[in-house]
Design a protein around this ligand. Structure first.
Ligand SMILES: NC(=O)c1ccc[n+]([C@@H]2O[C@H](COP(=O)([O-])OP(=O)(O)OC[C@H]3O[C@@H](n4cnc5c(N)ncnc54)[C@H](O)[C@@H]3O)[C@@H](O)[C@H]2O)c1
Ligand SMILES: O=C(O)[C@H](O)COP(=O)(O)O
Length: 476
């Protein structure tokens, strides 16, 4: 049985960028690696860690303690604990980092975990020479250039629905609060004013809720709203099964003309930018309400301010903003948001600091889900649940398969690649193999048995020399 340590010693190794690289890369020609860089987690074998776990006969892959992870934005402890339990080196920060600081730091890490504030642009990712995977510990992935990441062999994972219920509950709370002007009454009491009024205050029973975007959050909200006696209509670009007695409407305009409460639950996309602007507000009913807990780009805030001043919109709740800070502290400065003072001066508007998914339940579940996806990807190469790669998975290797390697070949999706790859793999005993593509990127995973150091090196170098290669990883 060969361990990564044996591999390291058997190879004559080059200058490393990290401890792991130092131990495993000395005989590799770094010039053949993606972008001229070496991905240290990409071809380590065994790491002297071929131990049985207590519950199953899975092999522990390479030297996991050499994997470096940067966790930003106060990711939940459930995630941190799972990553540390693998032996990975985890750097944990409570805030996000500005672009220049991130660029200076990211090159040292194989894995980064973020939430909605950290912008992983192509400019940042270009510097991420060792990065193999990104974990978004949230739903949205608009903060990441997922296409650029895929084209550079970096997988991206998120948590597609662990905070959906939390957002839906927040919106229910906001609908009632706006209908009863709770924010204003509470503020008045805080200032010592008793102002008992019923004028302009309503029950929500019998009112119509218009949901824009009937995905995980929109559909969950639909069920809750009907339980309160609301009529639900929704607009979505996709034809979807309506839950309960909700009804899908054919256009956004139809929804805006019908709803007493309009709430946005669409992703940030070019098509959803300023989706609710002056024209759309014109369509809305007199005295209706507008809620946004999706992304700050979806509602044109100056148009909302004017409509509230004119009395067209009777109340609004905003959880998200065009510019949001990386950590807690002063926010509503004119520097970040030129309309901040105007917004604060309005009546019956609830302003929250992007807390839709911020509950103990959601954050704990997200921590578990995303960290487990990261572990599966780093240790076993599984892309199940990735948002920018085809989904490819093979069962875990067992202790009885200690002389196997798992080869992962991420490549450009162009004709003839499999012929070239199989010509290389075909010299070995391929136990199982799976390949799939998504857009321009394809992902191949194969388990090869009866390997030794020379074979591994040969395999790796031949795959790396193919012109279709984005990234090669050899695990176990
Ligand atoms: N405030 C928060 O803390 C918080 C928490 C979670 C999610 N979010 C945001 O909410 C968004 C929605 O979350 P989700 O889990 O329901 O997403 P989802 O992907 O399950 O649903 C989004 C829905 O919007 C629809 N859609 C896309 N473009 C559209 C368009 N132009 N017009 C109409 N419908 C369109 C899609 O077809 C889909 O059904 C996320 O993308 C995220 O940005 C915010
Ligand atoms: O995309 C999401 O899940 C929400 O916007 C929540 O983001 P957060 O984790 O940064 O609060």
């Amino acid at each position: 049985m060969t361990s990564a340590l044996d591999v390291t010693e058997a190879l004559d190794i080059e200058p490393p960028t990290t401890e792991l690289a130092r131990r495993v890369s000395s005989s590799l020609d770094l010039s053949t690696s993606p972008n001229g860089t070496f991905h240290p987690a990409s071809w380590v074998k065994g790491g002297g860690q071929l131990t049985r776990t207590s519950t199953n006969k899975q092999l522990k892959p390479f030297a996991t303690e050499d994997i470096k992870i940067l966790l930003l934005e106060n990711v939940n402890k459930t995630g941190l604990d799972r990553l540390e339990a693998q032996g990975y080196q985890v750097t944990f920060l409570k805030t996000s980092l500005p672009e220049d600081e991130l660029i200076a730091k990211i090159r040292d890490y194989h894995v980064i975990g973020i939430r909605s504030k950290t912008k992983l642009t192509s400019r940042v990712l270009r510097e991420a020479k060792n990065l193999i995977v990104i974990g978004c510990f949230c739903i949205g992935t608009n903060q990441v250039d997922t296409q650029y990441a895929a084209e550079h062999g970096i997988a991206v994972f998120n948590s597609p629905f662990s905070n959906s219920r939390s957002v839906a509950e927040l919106v229910i709370g906001e609908i009632i609060s706006l209908a009863r002007q709770l924010g204003d009454r509470s503020n008045e009491m805080h200032r010592g004013t008793w102002n008992k009024v019923s004028n302009g205050c309503w029950e929500i029973r019998g009112k119509t809720l218009g949901i824009i975007g009937y995905g995980h959050i929109g559909s969950q909200l639909s069920v809750l709203a009907e339980a309160f006696g609301m009529t639900v209509v929704f607009y979505d670009t996709v034809n979807l099964m309506a839950l309960g007695t909700a009804k899908q409407l054919p256009s956004l305009q139809a929804l805006l003309r019908t709803a007493d409460f309009v709430t946005c639950h669409v992703p940030e996309l070019p098509e959803t930018k300023n989706m609710i602007g002056r024209k759309e507000i014109e369509y809305m009913k007199e005295g209706s309400y507008l809620i946004n807990a999706s992304r700050g780009s979806v509602i044109e805030i100056p148009a909302l301010i004017d409509a509230m001043r004119a009395g067209k919109i009777a109340g609004a709740a905003l959880d998200v903003y065009p510019a949001e800070p990386g950590g807690n502290g002063d926010y509503f400065t004119n520097d970040l948001n030129p309309w901040a003072e105007d917004l604060r001066s309005l009546k019956n508007i609830i302003l929250t600091p992007h807390i839709g998914g911020s509950t103990e339940e959601a954050q704990s579940a997200i921590g578990i889900e995303v960290s487990e996806a990261l572990v599966r990807y780093v240790n076993e190469g599984s892309t199940l649940g990735a948002v920018n790669m085809p989904e490819v998975n093979l069962r875990s290797l067992t202790m009885d398969e200690a002389n196997h390697v798992r080869v992962i070949y991420i490549h450009r999706n162009i004709p003839g690649v499999l012929r070239g790859v199989n010509a290389i793999l075909g010299d070995h005993n391929v136990d199982k193999q799976m390949t799939d593509s998504r857009g321009d990127v394809a992902y191949l995973m194969a388990d090869i048995s009866d390997v030794n150091v020379t074979l591994i090196k040969d395999l790796y170098q031949r795959l790396e020399s193919l012109s279709s290669r984005i990234m090669t990883r050899v695990l176990y």
